[in-house]
Design a protein around this ligand. Structure first.
Ligand SMILES: [Zn+2]
Length: 282
């Protein structure tokens, strides 16, 4: 599942190629993937592409937006005579001919380029909304981790006085948007905090220690272009990220800790695999 750094990478790449382009038409190949009236988009000029939480927003000069959630297996691939740009879930569609059997939406641009939305499992979506409609969608999330709105004071005020694990709290989108399983595991390792700890057992000093690492892992992830696990498709068109090479604990169970050589362990927290070093993390 793409996390914030992967989604940010896709949004940045698409903004460079889509901004200024005019939409000639949008074809919906699978109804479930699209909400709204695609014919409203014909003739509109794309202003920019941005991101909030894990939602990509295609913005126009008019009061209309296309908001896109990639969910588990979504991909956005821009294809012109000159280039192929995009990202999301790694699959054969990164390198094969498009459209494929997973293509759900095709946006035709007036210069002959196309934007493909591929989604194997069909959980992802596009919605045509007003600016207000987009805000309503964004309000479901807490502040983005990599913004000033996510401050230490805010974080301390949102921590529940409960036994729920600290890892589940940092992954709660209503507290802070953009920290998924990979980056939560890594931040807690860097802060030397056991992910299974009850949130109400953490001292203010420990929360203060954790806070900057939540921002650091996301920033490092964005700088690396995200995390791509499926090596088969890596770097054919420069789609893949490289943060997987920096992982200290995520997916490393049974391996030696890079700091103390203890064996990395895996436990389930809130149904998600959680990785930690039992010696470094207390
Ligand atoms: Zn260790």
């Amino acid at each position: 599942m793409p996390e914030l750094p992967e989604v940010e990478t896709v949004a940045r790449r698409l903004s460079t190629v889509l901004s200024g382009k005019v939409i000639q038409g949008v074809s919906v190949l699978r109804e479930k993937s699209f909400q709204g009236d695609p014919s409203r988009l014909t003739g509109l000029t794309i202003k920019s592409v941005s991101r909030r939480a894990k939602i990509i927003s295609i913005n126009f000069h008019e009061d209309i937006k296309i908001i896109v959630h990639l969910k588990m297996t979504g991909q956005l691939i821009y294809f012109s005579k000159k280039e192929k740009i995009g990202g999301g879930h790694p699959s054969q569609d990164w390198v094969s001919k498009l459209p494929s059997s997973h293509t759900r939406i095709v946006m035709d641009l007036s210069d002959g380029a196309k934007l493909f939305f591929n989604d194997m499992r069909v959980f992802g979506w596009w919605k045509v909304v007003s600016g207000e409609g987009a805000e309503l969608e964004f309000q479901k999330y807490g502040p983005d981790v990599n913004t000033d709105a996510f401050s230490l004071e805010y974080f301390l005020s949102k921590l529940p006085n409960r036994r729920v694990s600290i890892k589940q709290v940092v992954m709660d989108n209503k507290v802070v948007a953009g920290i998924g399983n990979i980056y939560a595991s890594e931040a807690l390792f860097l802060a030397k905090i056991d992910p299974t700890r009850a949130t109400n057992s953490l001292s203010k000093k420990e929360v203060t220690r954790l806070f900057p690492f939540l921002k650091k892992v996301i920033e490092d992830g964005i700088n690396a272009g995200g995390t791509t696990f499926d090596g088969k498709y890596v770097d054919v068109f420069g789609f893949a990220g490289s943060y997987q090479n920096q992982l200290k604990v995520y997916g490393q169970d049974g391996e030696n800790c890079k700091i103390c050589k203890s064996i990395i362990e895996k436990v389930k927290l809130g149904g998600r695999g959680s990785y930690f070093c039992p010696s470094c993390q207390k």
